[in-house]
Design a protein around this ligand. Structure first.
Ligand code: GRF
Length: 204
């Protein structure tokens, strides 16, 4: 299955997906890495891997979100992908785009959803005093950081953590979880996976 990855920055989750896709039996080929920021470090890395890259700079579209997304869609159509993975893509998507990719648009979020939607999840987790934190891979719905949960992985919160140390611990498990979840989805859609009442059923 051909997959596109949308990034805005460093792209470490994108790198984890690309590396996983090189392993035998991984059911996914990364066909495109697209960034809304021309200076995203992840683009350079992807190019070095010989992956097709594209830039759709949201700043060129002023405030016209749909025109921005139509330009993304043009790039996606060129490479004939079946799934789109958001990996640190920092633009909110409209219902129009999400509808184009219904149940084929996946995101990773650095918290155990539905806790800590939005930004600064690690600082807020520390402030809340939770003892477990982690990350979630989910299908994208119009509400931010909502949508059927595909997979989650937790990490302990330690007494001496600061947001950076906690972020680092979560990021390490993100890099394992995202490829695992993507493979499960791709395989699952050919098998037992269903989405019922906005819950993903049929995978671990
Ligand atoms: C990750 O923590 C991801 O969960 C969040 O944004 C961060 C992106 O990091 N959505 P990277 O660009 O994948 O390194």
């Amino acid at each position: 299955r051909r997959v596109a990855i949308l990034i805005s920055g460093r792209g470490s989750n994108m790198q984890a997906l690309v590396e996983a896709a090189k392993t035998p039996d991984f059911p996914v080929e990364i066909a495109l890495v697209l960034s809304n920021r021309p200076d995203a470090a992840g683009l350079v890395w992807a190019e070095g891997q010989g992956i097709t890259t594209a830039i759709v700079d949201h700043k060129l579209f002023k405030k016209d979100r749909e025109a921005f997304e139509k330009a993304i869609q043009v790039e996606l159509d060129k490479v004939h992908v079946e799934f789109v993975c958001l990996a640190g893509f920092m633009r909110l998507l409209t219902p129009w785009f999400i509808d184009q990719w219904y149940n084929r648009l996946i995101n990773i979020h650095p918290s155990l959803l539905p806790s800590f939607k939005g930004l600064d999840t690690h600082a807020r987790a520390l402030e809340a005093g939770v003892k477990l934190h982690g990350c979630t891979v989910h299908f994208v719905r119009p509400d931010m950081d909502a949508g059927p949960i595909i997979a989650q992985k937790s990490v302990p919160v330690l007494d001496d953590d600061d947001p950076d140390s906690l972020a680092e611990r979560v990021l390490a498990v993100e890099h394992a979880l995202y490829p695992h979840a993507l493979a499960e989805i791709v395989r699952g859609l050919e098998g037992d996976l269903t989405i019922k009442d906005e819950r993903v059923i049929g995978i671990r």
